[in-house]
Write a protein that binds this ligand. Structure first.
Ligand code: ADP
Ligand code: MG
Length: 224
């Protein structure tokens, strides 16, 4: 599902540089990524999703070489193949919960916003424990509730690849378990691949493999 080789990336500003010699994630695998803050975990997810492009090396996601695609094609690919749970949620503040969950269908003509999709959005909200808040503006939600909206949105289009950036970071223990149960059950039932950045060592047993980001960080040449 993901194959990275000799990837080198640096931001245009600041000295952060990332070098990933080799990283492969099989289809259907559940992988956790751990590592110190600032080590590039979010950056790596953005590279896998084609939100950032590397200066050199290859990123192949779901058999598509992202480096070979233009910006528009990369965005279309992402919408069809990847469910992203952003660390900062990236919700639209002027929309309510339901419309935020439905967002991928609203902004992409190739996804058809049917009655069934709406029903599924409401069902997902219920499973996440925010079913009573679907008409509420997202500004009136707690951080943990916003996080669950972001998870619902990522699952809605039933993507073959889920990239979740600290999806339980703002949750209490009960909701942590609930969100992870839903992510894992979703991945198992659809055969989807799940890559999750987490600081939560209690949750690592739910993954088949743990990648410690330190290995890439140490290899990366940081320029002050
Ligand atoms: P992590 O998710 O592991 O905490 P990030 O991938 O967010 O780390 O960031 C890795 C490094 O890149 C940090 O030093 C951060 O300050 C820097 N960084 C992140 N985004 C940008 C950006 N847009 N421009 C320049 N530097 C950035
Ligand atoms: Mg991060």
């Amino acid at each position: 599902m993901i194959s990275i080789s000799d990837l080198r990336f640096r931001y245009s500003e600041g000295g952060f540089a990332l070098h990933v010699p080799e990283l492969a994630v099989e289809s259907g695998e559940r992988v956790a990524i751990i590592g110190p803050s600032g080590s590039g975990k979010t950056t790596l997810l953005n590279l896998i999703a084609g939100i950032c492009s590397p200066q050199s090396g290859r990123v192949v996601t779901n058999q598509v070489n992202l480096s070979g695609l233009a910006d528009g094609a990369r965005r279309d690919f992402r919408i069809r193949n990847i469910g992203l749970v952003f660390q900062e949620f990236e919700l639209l503040e002027y929309l309510n919960v339901l419309d935020n969950i439905l967002l991928p269908y609203r902004i992409n003509a190739s996804l058809d916003l049917t009655k069934k999709v709406r029903q599924r959005a409401v069902e997902l909200a219920g499973m996440m424990g925010i079913g009573d808040k679907v008409s509420r503006n997202v500004r009136q939600l707690s951080q943990g509730e916003k996080q669950r909206v972001a998870v619902c949105r990522a699952l809605l289009a039933e993507p073959p690849l889920l990239l979740a950036d600290e999806p339980t970071g703002n949750l209490d223990p009960t909701n942590k378990d609930r969100v992870l149960d839903i992510l894992v059950e979703y991945a198992e039932s659809k055969g989807s691949t799940l890559v999750t950045v987490t600081h939560d060592h209690d949750l690592l047993s739910r993954f088949q493999r743990v990648i410690d980001f330190k290995q890439f960080y140490d290899l990366s040449s940081q320029v002050p």
